[in-house]
Every structure is written in structure tokens, then in C-alpha cells.
Design a protein around this ligand. Structure first.
Ligand code: APR
Ligand code: ZN
Ligand code: ZN
Length: 406
């Protein structure tokens, strides 16, 4: 029977052999696996503290309101590493991590209208339902369907689309971009320009947008201003890019790894400081260098001490400090209240303040118009089979962003 033949076919996608199981929906193109289970490769985290294992997983078809996407490229973000370390107890194992991905729509669940098979998309790790009170507020980019309000370890109907060796595998932030195919709700998909190179713009799914938006949206950096950025990973260097695009005249880049300084300068940093080179606290060094502290400071590491140092580095009265780094769950900060009473503004930002489904396509257009060059953040490109090597490079401080290709 033709339908059963189709159910057992093999086809080649990006060099990989994918085995299909299931049945074609009547009237759908045989090039798509519409309605079928797809067997493909994914990097699975079975437990905390262990390397990822490359497995063959089954990816069920999308249900109503969901989209199945073929992932083409995904970045490795420090948050994925925090997950593997077990720093976030609200993430359930086994899980397929990854949240900085770009791909092509493969098939749609019932009722999905905003994207079509074959279209290029970025998966957004901060959803944008467009209907909740936060989405309806023009000032907010937080959506009540976000992980902080309701864990995204399963899809909204509280089931998983992933299985491996007979076990259910959890989703991560809904997106799970370390799988060749993934299923996510429609409101976590942003359709982008067909001309966009997916192996480059995947960074706009998290790291780049987070850092760049911290400067542009959260701080609203003004031309001629002074800025200090703590932490020069993919996120902090994206803050540097944002400060430069916004016209800051002095950009002070701070990291304990001096190997990050050449890239920071290439992206627009005017001064680079290693706190370990100074006897006095780095906030005092920054304050002396600038007279009364910087106009804008940013913390892109996720540590309590550097959060306080960043706050104290900005002007005591008019300074704005933006928290970008993600601290381990349960972390606490204790500060001298005078730091704020004197007038400083201390704020945080998630995903750079962008309303994701509206803004990511526009950021992709800005990328294509060369308003910024996020490609400079990509230091390594590896096949998904080398995912653990990608994490080793990050832990050793040797990479900014590694892009994994399927
Ligand atoms: N002082 C200064 N710099 C530091 C310190 C410190 N005490 N500790 C670490 N760093 C530097 C590291 O050397 C590294 O260059 O901070 C940088 C952090 O970069 P990455 O680990 O590459 O992380 P990134 O992906 O940029 O994410 C930064 O944002 O999304 C969150 O979870 C993520 O909290 C993390 C942060
Ligand atoms: Zn919403
Ligand atoms: Zn991230």
C-alpha cells in the first residue's frame, strides 16, 4: 500500500538520513512529513552533570496551534550550560536543551495561520501570545505564557512531542533547538525574511537580541554617553554592539578573561579592564576613569558581586544599571540602600525588551541591512555531533558563540 510505503520511507535532509513513521494526511505533499512521526537526531540531557548524548528521537506531529520546525542551526548559550549543571530546578529531565535556533517550518497543527511550510523562522524562547495583559501592554515584552509564569517543560496541553528509547523527553523553554525537528506553539515562532542566513541569524533567538536590546530598549543609551559592560560573552559583547550603534562615545568592557578584549575592541569598546589587574574594587576604577561613573552600566555574567559592582559603577544620581545575566536560582543580593537613594535606576530585562514575534523579523531586516554585524560573535561552527565539544569551548572561555549545524 502506497501509504504504508510512505510510512517507512527514508529521505535525506542536510546530509542526515531521517526515517519517517506514520501516515501522510490525505491531500498533503509527499515532500512533507505532515501528520507523521519523524525519527531524527537530537542532543538529549538525561541527567544533570552529564554530557549530552546524541540520540535518535521520535518527534510527534504538531497538535492544534503548534508548528513543527526543521532546525537548521542553533547557538550554544550559557543558559544551556546552566541547565546541564542543574542550576535551575524548575527544568525537568530528561530534556532536549537549546534555545537559540533558526529553521524551516515543516508542518502545521490545526488552526495555525501565521506561518506556512517552507518558511524561515526563528524560535523565540520568550513567547509572545499577543493576547495576555502583558502582551497587550505596549511597555512590556513579558508574556504570561513565559517559563517564569508557567514552566515550559511540556507543551501547553501538558504533553511532550519527544520520545527516545520508549521514554518521554521534556521540552526546554518549549523550543528545544538541539533536536533536528521540534514542535512548538505558534506564538513562539517568528517568521523571518527568506534571504536570512539561518546559520547566522540563529543568534537573534537569544544572545544577540538580549544584549543588543539591553542597550537599545532597557537603557536607551544616548549618543555621546559613557557605558560599562561587565562580562564579555555573547550577551555582553552584544551589549557592546548596542552601545556602539546607539552612539556611545566611551564603552568600557570588563572581564576577568583578557582573551575577550580583542573582540570587544573590534566591536566598539574603547577601554578594556580586567578587575584582577587592580587592587581596588573595579567600581572605584570605573568611577575614577569617568569622573562620576558611567551613564549606563550592564551586568552580563549572572553573579551577585558583579551585579553590585555594575550598580556602583554608574553615576550615583542619573546612572542607569541594567541586569542582563541570569543568576543561579536562589541567589540573593545585599546592597547598601544609599546606592539607590542617591538617584540611580536599577532595572532588569528579559530578551532585551523585544516583543519577540513583532521585533525579531525587524531585527533580521536590520541584520540584512548591515545595521550591526552579529556574525562577529560566531567563533566556531560545528556539526551537532560535536555538541559537547561546543560546550567545552564555552567552559574553557575559548568561544563566544558556537553555532551547531544539523
Ligand atoms: N568578573 C568579570 N567577568 C566575569 C566574571 C567576573 N567575576 N566571571 C565571569 N566573567 C566573564 C567570563 O569570563 C565570560 O567572558 O563573563 C563572561 C560570561 O560570558 P558567557 O559565559 O559566554 O555567557 P553569555 O552566553 O554571554 O551569557 C551571559 O546571560 O543569558 C545569560 O545565562 C546567561 O548568565 C549568563 C549571561
Ligand atoms: Zn502573552
Ligand atoms: Zn540564551
Amino acid at each position: 500500500m502506497a501509504e504504508e510505503e510512505a510510512a517507512q520511507q527514508h529521505f535525506h535532509a542536510a546530509g542526515a538520513t531521517v526515517t519517517l513513521q506514520g501516515h501522510h494526511a490525505p491531500g498533503k505533499s509527499s515532500a512533507s512529513c505532515w501528520g507523521m512521526v519523524i525519527r531524527c537526531r537530537a542532543a538529549v540531557a538525561w541527567a544533570t552533570g552529564k554530557p549530552l548524548s546524541l540520540e535518535e528521537v521520535e518527534v510527534a506531529p504538531p497538535k492544534a496551534g503548534e508548528v513543527r520546525i526543521k532546525i537548521v542551526a542553533t547557538g550554544i548559550c550559557r543558559t544551556d550550560d546552566h541547565i546541564l549543571e542543574g542550576s535551575f530546578p524548575d527544568v525537568d529531565f530528561p530534556v532536549i536543551p537549546g534555545h537559540e535556533g533558526a529553521g524551516i517550518v515543516e508542518s502545521l497543527g490545526e488552526g495555525v495561520t501565521s506561518v506556512k511550510p517552507g518558511e524561515k523562522v526563528i524560535l523565540v524562547s520568550l513567547p509572545h501570545c499577543g493576547e495576555c495583559s502583558f502582551c497587550l501592554n505596549p511597555e512590556s515584552n513579558y508574556c504570561l505564557k513565559s517559563h517564569l509564569s508557567e514552566p515550559q517543560n511540556l507543551l501547553p496541553d501538558k504533553t511532550s512531542r519527544f520520545t527516545c528509547k520508549g521514554k518521554q523527553i521534556h521540552h526546554f523553554l518549549w523550543v528545544s533547538t538541539f533536536s533536528e525537528y521540534t514542535v512548538i506553539p505558534e506564538y513562539a515562532v517568528a517568521k523571518i525574511d527568506a534571504a536570512a542566513p539561518l546559520d547566522k541569524v540563529c543568534l537573534l533567538g537569544c544572545g544577540f537580541s538580549t544584549g543588543y536590546g539591553a542597550a537599545i530598549n532597557a537603557a536607551k543609551v544616548k549618543p555621546g554617553s559613557t557605558c560599562a559592560i561587565f562580562g564579555l560573552g555573547g550577551v555582553g559583547l552584544s551589549v557592546v554592539i548596542g552601545c556602539k550603534v546607539a552612539g556611545a562615545s566611551r564603552i568600557i568592557a570588563i572581564d576577568i578573561n583578557k582573551d575577550k578584549f580583542a573582540k570587544a575592541k573590534e566591536l566598539g569598546a574603547t577601554d578594556c579592564l580586567n578587575p584582577r589587574d587592580f587592587k581596588k574594587p573595579i567600581q572605584e576604577v570605573v568611577t575614577e576613569m569617568t569622573g562620576h561613573g558611567v551613564d549606563y552600566s550592564f551586568e552580563a555574567i549572572g553573579l551577585a558581586d558583579t551585579m553590585i559592582a555594575a550598580l556602583a559603577s554608574c553615576n550615583m544620581n542619573t546612572g542607569v544599571c541594567v541586569m542582563v545575566g541570569l543568576a543561579d536560582s536562589g541567589s540573593l543580593i545585599s546592597i547598601d540602600p544609599m546606592l539607590l537613594l542617591s538617584g540611580r535606576t536599577w532595572k532588569g530585562t528579559l530578551l532585551g525588551g523585544w516583543k519577540m514575534r513583532d521585533c525579531i523579523p525587524k531585527l533580521v531586516s536590520s541584520y540584512l541591512e548591515k545595521k550591526f554585524n552579529s556574525d562577529l560573535l560566531i567563533t566556531h561552527t560545528l556539526p551537532i555531533t560535536k555538541v559537547n565539544e561546543g560546550f567545552e569551548l564555552l567552559r574553557a572561555g575559548k568561544s563566544i558563540r558556537t553555532v551547531l549545524l544539523f
